[in-house]
Design a protein. Structure first.
Length: 212
Protein backbone atom coordinates (compact mmCIF):
# COMPACT_ATOMS: atom_id res chain seq x y z
CA UNK A 1 0.00 0.00 0.00
CA UNK A 2 2.81 2.38 0.93
CA UNK A 3 4.71 1.60 -2.29
CA UNK A 4 1.58 2.35 -4.36
CA UNK A 5 1.21 5.67 -2.57
CA UNK A 6 4.87 6.51 -3.25
CA UNK A 7 4.46 5.75 -6.96
CA UNK A 8 1.44 8.04 -7.08
CA UNK A 9 3.45 10.80 -5.38
CA UNK A 10 6.24 10.47 -7.94
CA UNK A 11 3.75 10.63 -10.81
CA UNK A 12 2.04 13.63 -9.23
CA UNK A 13 5.39 15.44 -8.78
CA UNK A 14 6.39 14.65 -12.37
CA UNK A 15 3.06 15.94 -13.70
CA UNK A 16 3.37 19.12 -11.65
CA UNK A 17 6.90 19.69 -12.91
CA UNK A 18 5.87 19.25 -16.56
CA UNK A 19 3.01 21.70 -16.02
CA UNK A 20 5.40 24.29 -14.57
CA UNK A 21 7.71 23.90 -17.57
CA UNK A 22 4.80 24.22 -20.01
CA UNK A 23 3.42 27.35 -18.29
CA UNK A 24 6.77 29.12 -18.34
CA UNK A 25 7.58 28.20 -21.93
CA UNK A 26 4.17 29.39 -23.09
CA UNK A 27 3.97 32.61 -21.11
CA UNK A 28 7.44 34.06 -21.51
CA UNK A 29 8.66 35.24 -24.90
CA UNK A 30 12.07 34.17 -26.08
CA UNK A 31 14.81 36.79 -25.90
CA UNK A 32 16.36 37.95 -29.15
CA UNK A 33 20.14 37.68 -28.86
CA UNK A 34 21.34 38.57 -32.31
CA UNK A 35 24.85 39.99 -32.57
CA UNK A 36 26.45 42.46 -34.96
CA UNK A 37 29.31 40.99 -37.03
CA UNK A 38 32.79 42.29 -36.31
CA UNK A 39 35.23 43.59 -38.95
CA UNK A 40 37.31 41.07 -40.94
CA UNK A 41 40.56 42.18 -39.30
CA UNK A 42 39.37 40.37 -36.16
CA UNK A 43 40.97 37.27 -37.67
CA UNK A 44 44.46 38.77 -37.34
CA UNK A 45 46.87 36.67 -35.29
CA UNK A 46 48.06 38.43 -32.13
CA UNK A 47 51.74 38.80 -31.30
CA UNK A 48 53.43 39.17 -27.91
CA UNK A 49 53.55 42.96 -28.42
CA UNK A 50 49.76 43.06 -28.57
CA UNK A 51 49.42 41.99 -24.92
CA UNK A 52 49.71 44.59 -22.17
CA UNK A 53 49.40 42.41 -19.05
CA UNK A 54 46.77 42.14 -16.33
CA UNK A 55 48.33 44.90 -14.24
CA UNK A 56 47.54 47.34 -17.05
CA UNK A 57 43.96 46.13 -17.09
CA UNK A 58 43.77 46.62 -13.32
CA UNK A 59 44.37 50.38 -13.68
CA UNK A 60 40.86 50.88 -15.08
CA UNK A 61 39.09 47.65 -14.13
CA UNK A 62 40.15 47.11 -10.53
CA UNK A 63 36.97 45.37 -9.38
CA UNK A 64 37.08 42.88 -12.26
CA UNK A 65 40.80 42.33 -11.65
CA UNK A 66 40.24 41.51 -7.97
CA UNK A 67 37.52 39.03 -8.86
CA UNK A 68 39.69 37.43 -11.54
CA UNK A 69 42.68 37.15 -9.20
CA UNK A 70 40.71 34.74 -6.99
CA UNK A 71 40.00 32.29 -9.84
CA UNK A 72 41.99 29.26 -10.97
CA UNK A 73 42.55 30.94 -14.34
CA UNK A 74 44.67 33.59 -12.66
CA UNK A 75 47.02 30.87 -11.36
CA UNK A 76 47.72 29.32 -14.77
CA UNK A 77 50.93 31.32 -15.46
CA UNK A 78 52.50 29.64 -12.41
CA UNK A 79 52.13 26.20 -14.03
CA UNK A 80 55.00 24.98 -16.18
CA UNK A 81 52.65 23.60 -18.81
CA UNK A 82 51.02 27.03 -19.22
CA UNK A 83 54.17 29.14 -19.24
CA UNK A 84 54.03 31.80 -21.98
CA UNK A 85 50.53 30.57 -22.92
CA UNK A 86 48.23 32.08 -20.31
CA UNK A 87 47.81 35.85 -20.72
CA UNK A 88 45.80 36.70 -17.62
CA UNK A 89 42.79 38.88 -18.39
CA UNK A 90 43.69 38.85 -22.07
CA UNK A 91 43.44 35.08 -22.35
CA UNK A 92 39.67 35.47 -22.68
CA UNK A 93 39.23 39.16 -23.48
CA UNK A 94 41.90 39.25 -26.18
CA UNK A 95 45.02 41.43 -26.61
CA UNK A 96 44.64 44.82 -24.89
CA UNK A 97 47.14 47.03 -26.74
CA UNK A 98 44.58 48.54 -29.11
CA UNK A 99 42.16 48.99 -26.25
CA UNK A 100 44.77 50.90 -24.23
CA UNK A 101 45.99 53.06 -27.12
CA UNK A 102 42.60 53.83 -28.66
CA UNK A 103 40.99 56.88 -26.99
CA UNK A 104 37.57 55.94 -28.40
CA UNK A 105 37.25 53.06 -25.94
CA UNK A 106 38.01 55.09 -22.83
CA UNK A 107 35.13 54.77 -20.40
CA UNK A 108 33.53 51.84 -22.24
CA UNK A 109 32.23 48.80 -20.42
CA UNK A 110 34.67 45.91 -20.03
CA UNK A 111 33.90 43.14 -22.52
CA UNK A 112 32.47 39.77 -21.46
CA UNK A 113 31.66 41.11 -17.99
CA UNK A 114 28.17 42.21 -16.97
CA UNK A 115 27.86 45.13 -14.58
CA UNK A 116 24.72 43.65 -12.99
CA UNK A 117 24.10 40.06 -11.91
CA UNK A 118 21.73 38.47 -9.42
CA UNK A 119 21.02 34.98 -8.10
CA UNK A 120 18.16 33.66 -5.99
CA UNK A 121 17.01 30.23 -4.91
CA UNK A 122 14.12 28.77 -2.96
CA UNK A 123 13.47 25.26 -1.68
CA UNK A 124 10.52 23.70 0.10
CA UNK A 125 10.55 20.22 1.63
CA UNK A 126 7.53 18.41 3.00
CA UNK A 127 7.44 14.96 4.67
CA UNK A 128 5.16 12.50 2.90
CA UNK A 129 4.59 9.00 4.25
CA UNK A 130 8.06 8.67 5.74
CA UNK A 131 9.69 10.23 2.67
CA UNK A 132 10.82 13.77 1.86
CA UNK A 133 9.33 15.57 -1.14
CA UNK A 134 11.38 18.64 -2.13
CA UNK A 135 10.74 21.43 -4.61
CA UNK A 136 13.52 23.83 -5.65
CA UNK A 137 13.77 26.78 -8.03
CA UNK A 138 16.96 28.69 -8.91
CA UNK A 139 16.92 32.02 -10.73
CA UNK A 140 19.89 33.74 -12.36
CA UNK A 141 19.95 37.21 -13.94
CA UNK A 142 22.80 38.54 -16.07
CA UNK A 143 22.66 42.12 -17.30
CA UNK A 144 23.70 43.47 -20.67
CA UNK A 145 27.07 42.06 -21.73
CA UNK A 146 29.37 43.65 -24.30
CA UNK A 147 31.38 41.29 -26.48
CA UNK A 148 34.29 43.61 -27.35
CA UNK A 149 36.03 46.80 -26.08
CA UNK A 150 34.38 49.06 -28.65
CA UNK A 151 30.94 48.33 -27.20
CA UNK A 152 29.44 47.71 -30.62
CA UNK A 153 28.14 44.18 -30.11
CA UNK A 154 26.30 43.10 -27.01
CA UNK A 155 23.94 40.52 -25.56
CA UNK A 156 20.65 41.60 -24.02
CA UNK A 157 20.00 40.80 -20.35
CA UNK A 158 19.04 37.18 -19.72
CA UNK A 159 16.91 35.44 -17.09
CA UNK A 160 17.53 31.76 -16.44
CA UNK A 161 15.29 29.55 -14.32
CA UNK A 162 16.19 26.01 -13.20
CA UNK A 163 14.06 23.64 -11.14
CA UNK A 164 14.14 20.32 -9.32
CA UNK A 165 11.55 18.02 -7.72
CA UNK A 166 13.00 15.26 -5.56
CA UNK A 167 11.52 12.38 -3.62
CA UNK A 168 13.97 10.80 -1.17
CA UNK A 169 14.09 8.03 1.37
CA UNK A 170 16.73 7.02 3.87
CA UNK A 171 19.18 5.67 1.27
CA UNK A 172 17.77 6.67 -2.10
CA UNK A 173 16.39 9.63 -4.03
CA UNK A 174 14.65 10.21 -7.34
CA UNK A 175 14.94 13.68 -8.87
CA UNK A 176 13.15 15.24 -11.81
CA UNK A 177 15.19 18.26 -12.98
CA UNK A 178 14.91 20.94 -15.62
CA UNK A 179 17.32 23.64 -16.80
CA UNK A 180 16.47 26.85 -18.65
CA UNK A 181 12.79 26.22 -17.97
CA UNK A 182 11.68 29.27 -19.95
CA UNK A 183 13.69 28.08 -22.97
CA UNK A 184 15.53 31.38 -23.16
CA UNK A 185 17.47 31.78 -26.42
CA UNK A 186 20.77 33.62 -26.07
CA UNK A 187 24.43 33.48 -27.04
CA UNK A 188 26.57 31.80 -24.40
CA UNK A 189 30.00 32.73 -25.75
CA UNK A 190 31.72 34.89 -28.31
CA UNK A 191 35.11 34.39 -29.95
CA UNK A 192 37.21 36.91 -31.89
CA UNK A 193 36.29 36.78 -35.55
CA UNK A 194 32.56 36.93 -34.94
CA UNK A 195 31.98 33.32 -33.90
CA UNK A 196 28.97 32.93 -31.61
CA UNK A 197 28.05 29.89 -29.53
CA UNK A 198 24.39 29.38 -28.65
CA UNK A 199 23.44 28.47 -25.11
CA UNK A 200 21.70 25.18 -24.43
CA UNK A 201 17.89 25.29 -24.73
CA UNK A 202 15.32 23.85 -22.32
CA UNK A 203 16.38 20.41 -21.13
CA UNK A 204 15.17 18.02 -18.44
CA UNK A 205 15.87 14.58 -17.07
CA UNK A 206 15.54 12.15 -14.19
CA UNK A 207 18.24 11.14 -11.71
CA UNK A 208 18.23 8.16 -9.37
CA UNK A 209 20.68 7.89 -6.46
CA UNK A 210 21.21 5.05 -4.02
CA UNK A 211 23.67 4.92 -1.14
CA UNK A 212 25.15 1.49 -0.42
Amino acid sequence: MASTRNIKLVLLAATLFVCVVWIFTSAISKADANAIPLPNDSFAVATSDDYVGSETCKACHEDQFKAFAKTKHAKLPTLASWKDKAKGCESCHGPGSKHVEDPTVKGNEAPLVSRNTANAGAQYTVPVGGLDLSFRLDYRYTGRTWWEPYNVTSRDPIDILDGRIALSGERWSATLWGKNLTDEEYNQEFSPGGFLFKALPLRYGIEFDYSF
